[in-house]
Design a protein. Structure first.
Length: 352
């Protein structure tokens, strides 16, 4: 199945909103009259190659994912996160996984995703140059994601096959969320830590999607490309300022390879211990000691031992002991994070 979505400028969108039906990301084409392009954004017609989705049975893959993950996560969130107040959601170690944050924190109007993969800015500026050599592998990654709910790092970095086009993975994930993309911008972070559309001569730091959700809300999604280890942030105080500001409300940590439990991620650890009002994470996030000291915790699912890749993790052993001493009677009705004995687990933290 091939999906064509045309970008529209926000001004044009507002003008025609009363006379056009909302187009979902899956299956419909909206053609708007051409007009002069504002700033450096590509035109609607130019962006066609970037937005095409040509994976076999893609709509069925999305429907399967919705049934297995999104519907269950949304129902769970409406019960257990309904009391959380937030407009911004911060999701470090996200990879291209936009849809999980949107499903667990559906009330946000602004999502900030952070990972070290670099989107292909050249394809945004010149979509006609888009190459498709990795398309088959990308489609297989999407199928696997629809089954297990996370991406393999070795897939993302091209170790298990052709290196995927990261900008396309972000777009595919918005399709999984059944969102309509209205605009794309390349971003830069200034010295004060504020995120802006890039200007001439600035270094690109990420990508912004301006979308309509499946229920018709206008939402902004920023993906920031950054090495968030201590060495990566040491010479990037502007990134630290941005993350401190964006992490003040709600945070999601999932499938993060237990990185925050290492000493060389202390800067990001400090931000996440001190800033958020709400934090939802699996076993790969903050160590249970600083987490339980800073947050009142609700436990869901079971935790016996981590994925075999981290079998000797001292932090995982502390978490298993914590789960044993603070038994969770609340099941988690969906899969989340890496496969492991005991199934999935999740903790909700509200700042003390």
């Amino acid at each position: 199945m091939i999906l064509f979505i045309h970008f529209s400028l926000m001004v044009l969108k507002r003008f025609f909103k009363s006379s056009l039906q909302k187009a979902m990301f899956l299956g419909l084409v909206v053609s708007l009259p051409s007009m002069a392009q504002v700033s450096n954004n590509p035109s609607n017609e130019q962006l066609k190659p970037l937005l095409n989705v040509s994976c076999p049975n893609f709509q069925q893959t999305v429907e399967n994912y919705q049934k297995k993950f999104v519907i269950k996560m949304a129902n769970w969130s409406s019960t257990h996160l309904s009391q959380a107040q937030y407009q911004t959601v911060f999701y470090p170690f996200s990879g291209p996984d936009i849809v999980t944050a949107m499903s667990l924190y559906p009330k946000a109007n602004y999502y900030v995703l952070v990972a070290d993969q670099v989107p292909e800015y050249a394809f945004i500026k010149s979509p006609e140059q888009l190459k498709s050599s990795s398309q088959e592998f990308e489609c297989q990654m999407l199928t696997n994601f629809s089954r297990r709910g996370y991406y393999l790092t070795n897939d993302l970095i091209g170790k298990n096959g052709p290196k995927p086009r990261f900008i396309k993975l972000l777009i595919y994930n918005l399709a999984f969320a059944q969102a309509q993309i209205n605009e794309i911008q390349i971003l830069s972070i200034n010295a004060e830590g504020r995120i802006f559309p890039i200007e001439q001569g600035q270094e690109p730091n990420g990508v912004r999607f301006i979308i309509d959700t499946k229920d018709g809300r206008a939402v902004t999604i920023d993906y920031i490309s950054a090495n968030i280890s201590d060495s990566g942030l040491k010479n990037s105080p502007n990134f630290v300022k941005a993350f401190e500001r964006k992490a003040q409300e709600a945070v999601l940590i999932k499938s993060a390879s237990h990185l925050l439990q290492n000493s060389y991620f202390s800067t990001m650890k400090t931000i996440l211990v001190e800033r958020p009002r709400w934090l939802t994470q699996d076993e790969t996030g903050l160590d249970i000691v600083p987490l339980s000291e800073s947050y009142q915790l609700l436990l869901f699912g079971k935790f016996i031992t981590p994925n075999q890749l981290w079998a000797k993790s001292p932090s995982a052993q502390r978490l298993a002991k914590y789960y044993e001493e603070h038994a969770s009677n609340q099941e988690l009705p969906f899969l989340l994070g890496y496969e492991k004995s005991g199934g999935s687990m999740l903790m909700i933290g509200q700042r003390k």
